[in-house]
Design a protein around this ligand. Structure first.
Ligand code: BEZ
Length: 220
């Protein structure tokens, strides 16, 4: 069975967290949300990642995005570990909840199981998974990284900005796109419609095929 993937509705899981009980759909509400797992508390890469997430939390909040972490350790462990994270990433507060999944049920439902990582008792552990969920509760983007590779929060912010562009306009973002760069008009928009939709104009790249599919424009 394939696991949770883009386009799927995120399961409405219930979990204890550092901020009390979370019912995921209620927590997301009408916002965008980033749900991210980590292999375990009191581990080096995870400590840097959750600190970075705290450092970037203002940027996510500005964009109306809620954050929530998840691992199999219990809430007491998460709360103790947060002291280390905040000490290491000084000046940052872990102001987002971290959910607990001691029975490993949630990580299965959210497609966050790492097939290679086990704890000292042989129990499964989460990968570094990250789902970006839209207000309609559907998964718009997922990362699946192994324990050995910490995530880049600049990339998380970049893809979130791209998702917001695509949600607001009929556009997509090209390779290595950054906010401020031009975007491309979606291939399913005719050039007549594009003239109406993008009054500031657009540039059609002249390609050997003479097919007019690579069209750049600017959107706010
Ligand atoms: C880490 O966070 O450093 C880590 C966690 C589990 C396995 C390997 C590394």
């Amino acid at each position: 069975m394939p696991g949770l993937t883009i386009g799927d509705t995120i399961p409405n899981i219930e979990a204890e967290s550092t901020h009390g009980k979370i019912i995921l759909h209620d927590y997301i509400g009408d916002a965008w949300a980033i749900i991210f797992s980590h292999p375990g508390d009191f581990t080096p890469v995870c400590t840097t990642e959750l600190g970075k997430m705290a450092e970037y939390s203002g940027e996510f909040a500005k964009r109306g995005v809620k954050l929530v972490g998840l691992s199999c350790d219990d809430v007491h462990s998460h709360k103790e570990w947060i002291k280390d994270i905040e000490e290491y990433t000084s000046g940052c507060k872990v102001n987002y909840p971290i959910m607990a999944d001691p029975n490993r049920e949630i990580i299965k439902q959210l497609n966050m199981v790492d097939p290679d990582e086990k704890d000292s008792s042989g129990n499964q552990l989460p990968s570094r998974a990250l789902h970006i969920v839209a207000p309609d509760k559907r998964v718009k983007l997922s990362f699946l990284y192994p324990a050995s590779t910490g995530r880049n929060m600049d990339e998380v912010l970049r893809v979130l900005n791209s998702l917001h562009k695509a949600a607001n306009y009929k556009v997509a973002t090209p390779a290595n796109w950054k906010p401020g760069n031009r975007v491309v008009i979606s291939p399913n928009v005719s050039s007549d419609d594009a003239k109406r939709m993008f009054p500031g104009g657009f540039e059609t790249v002249d390609l050997p095929s003479k097919k007019e599919y690579l069209r750049f424009t600017n959107v706010q």
